[in-house]
Design a binder for this molecule. Sequence first.
Ligand SMILES: *[C@@H]1O[C@H](CO)[C@@H](O)[C@H](O)[C@H]1NC(C)=O
Ligand SMILES: *[C@@H]1O[C@H](CO)[C@@H](O)[C@H](O)[C@H]1NC(C)=O
Length: 259
Amino acid sequence: MSRRPSTSSRRPPGSGLTAAIFHPKSRPSPLLSVVLGALGVILVVGYLFRGSGLSGISREAIVGAYGDSCTLELQKAIPVLKKTYGDSMLKVLHVGPDSCSVISKLLKEKDTEAWGIEPYDVEDAGGMCKTLVNRGFVRVADIKFPLIYRENSFSLVIVSDALDYLSPKYLNKTLPDLARLSSDGLVIFTGSPGQSKAKVAELSKFGRPAKMRSSTWWARFFVQTSLLENETAAKKFEVEATKDSYTPRCQVFHLKSFN
Ligand SMILES: *[C@@H]1O[C@H](CO)[C@@H](O)[C@H](O)[C@H]1NC(C)=O
Ligand SMILES: *[C@@H]1O[C@H](CO)[C@@H](O)[C@H](O)[C@H]1NC(C)=O
């Protein structure tokens, strides 16, 4: 699935003009030939320089280099999460980029209902994602602001990648807000400082470079925001991951809900 920020999707220049030129009844005038030639030059130049700008870098390259790797990691971890949380996987909310793929995966699991919050626009998303959005399984929302769900609407809230782009000022509100939506826990998949993601950090789709924070940073932050780690869940996750020979490449935190 290839998606880009909506700003980069441009129409080919002068498509209306081309239609007028090739209208069967209109005969090409000298002026039109000049315009047509100019159009050709623009198209050729545009083609040649296509690869040199930011828009020439595919989303896959950005994602592969640093962007959504923890969302992929989360998808691999679904069986381990199911073993860790069991019945608490009944109603799941995923928050993060590429939520459509996470939700379609979760919906295939037995006894799991799932909804997603996608922080990017999905205009260019594939048909599968459009269907999930149209059917209300996935919503596009800015996670800097409170999400319109009641407390304890979900058993488990899982967030991947999205927090790496938020400054502490917003994290302070967003993270407790996500904990409030869940009754049985909040799971966070976040980048490790060691990951070679910073290289293209200026390409951040959130308008702010991703910040890879250390586990000590997060531990301090959880204390500040009165969030408690669920050590039972953390241990169980580790044991099940080892059994499945799964080694997460991201930091995974298991937090308790507020109830
Ligand atoms: C976040 O909240 C904590 C505790 O309420 C506070 O000490 C800290 O200064 C806040 N940070 C920011 C950046 O607002
Ligand atoms: C901690 O996680 C376990 C799942 O491993 C869950 O059963 C339990 O309810 C959680 N505890 C709290 C207080 O959220």
